[in-house]
Ligand binder design. Structure first.
Ligand SMILES: Cc1ncc(COP(=O)(O)O)c(C=O)c1O
Length: 395
């Protein structure tokens, strides 16, 4: 299969991991060579309930027996999308009460940017250095990496960058600013949490100058940090919330959420200011609803913090300088890029799936399903420590 994978499927890098997947259940992925792999990555923070969670599969099967795509987003009332949007809005603080469903995280960002410009009549967007918001033209415009932007210019205009956690940059937010967009916890940049009430200060400055705050919760959202959304840890409520990844229980999805007053602007002047064919797809929305119900009705969110504690107890080693992040959005920062590469590749050979972060090269990503058990955490961390010991002894 790998030969055809390389030949017929467009590649994203020269060295894909290339596991030949035949099955995946709970915290494990099974491959064509008969091996099983403990998954500490969860499809990059996406399969939060583990692989093929029975409640999600049941909801998908039941919906598949009723109807699939029947109409473009926003025309017909379809129970899966309506019920999911209602439950989500009921579990979000005011004024986040209207949900626009799209198909991916980057589309949620595109919709958020359009809404901010439409609502304020301003054009300037301020993003953070080292942020990642996706790869379509608008989202890519928010990434201040020359190497990644250069071949694709011209990107969208009037974007500028501030430093995450730097209060001195707050005066860059002015009456010209339509929105400030931030990841609640910076992901690709190294799982950096906001410090010293940074998000509260950004929000206050935005309010003072009439700019909007967009928080990208595509990675921390849906329970990964011990709360339903990461911003709940930092006593701030964004004007626009962008979500995705973990919300779909393994299906592709995104959404942006705002007040009714803001969101209604997209349906008028111009009419159909934002449209999508498959946003709110019934099968996907049924999976989202089952996922959200499961997160809300179980102890998973609270257990996330216990599991973080166990990871921190176990991941102690001279080659690990720190463990960053919150809940089950963790990164072990090792002493060099080479060690990070070796840990990820050697652990893969020993049946443990780890991954890189986009920009912080010394990081080893640990974002397992929220359903991971303490025994599985112990098993996986044991493999990491064994591999680190071997690397240390070789040096
Ligand atoms: C914080 C953040 N924003 C946006 C995205 C883009 O989401 P998607 O890949 O679904 O377009 C990602 C994906 O990794 C992300 O981590």
């Amino acid at each position: 299969m790998n030969k055809d994978f390389i030949q017929y499927q467009a590649q994203t890098s020269l060295h894909p991991l290339g596991l030949e997947v035949i099955d995946a259940k709970g915290s494990y992925i099974y491959t064509s060579d008969g091996e099983k792999h403990l998954d500490f990555v969860a499809g990059v923070s996406a399969t939060s309930l583990g692989h093929c969670h029975p409640t999600v599969i049941k909801a998908i099967k039941e919906q598949a027996d009723k109807y699939l795509h029947v109409m473009v987003y926003g025309e017909y009332a379809q129970a899966p999308a309506v019920e999911f949007s209602k439950l989500l809005a009921q579990n979000l603080p005011d004024p986040l009460n209207k949900v626009y469903l799209v198909n991916s995280g980057t589309e949620a960002i595109e919709g958020s940017l359009k809404l901010a410009r439409r609502a304020t009549g301003r054009t300037e967007i301020l993003a953070a250095k080292n942020a990642y918001h996706g790869n379509t033209m608008g989202s890519l415009s928010l990434m201040n990496f020359e190497e990644r932007q250069k071949p694709f210019r011209p990107l969208i205009g009037d974007i500028d960058f501030i430093e995450f956690n730097n209060a001195d940059d707050l005066n860059r937010i002015t009456e010209k600013t339509a929105a400030v967009i931030l990841e609640t916890i910076q992901g690709g940049g190294g799982f950096i949490q906001p410090k010293n009430n940074y998000l509260k200060k950004v929000k206050a400055r935005c309010e003072a100058v009439g700019a909007l705050l967009i928080l990208d919760e595509i990675q921390p959202g849906f329970g990964r940090t011990g709360k339903l959304f990461g911003f709940e840890n930092y006593e701030v409520v964004p004007d626009i919330l962008a979500i995705g990844k973990g919300m779909g229980g393994g299906l592709p999805v995104g959404a942006f959420v705002a007040s009714e007053e803001l969101m209604d602007l997209l349906s008028d002047n111009p009419k159909m200011g934002h449209i999508t064919t498959f946003g709110g797809n019934p099968l996907v929305a049924a999976a989202c609803h089952a996922t959200l119900r499961t997160i809300l009705e179980t102890e998973l969110m609270a257990a996330t913090l216990e599991k973080e504690k166990r990871f921190r107890e176990l991941l102690v080693h001279p080659l690990i300088s720190e463990v960053r992040g919150k809940g089950l959005m963790l990164a072990a920062i090792v002493n060099s890029e080479e060690i990070a590469n070796n840990v990820i590749l050697d652990c893969k050979e020993k049946g443990l799936i780890l991954f890189w972060l986009l920009f912080e090269k010394r990081a080893v990503r640990i974002t397992p399903p929220l359903t991971i058990s303490m025994e599985e955490i112990e098993e996986g961390c044991g493999i990491i420590i064994d591999v680190l010991n071997k690397i240390k002894n070789k040096a």
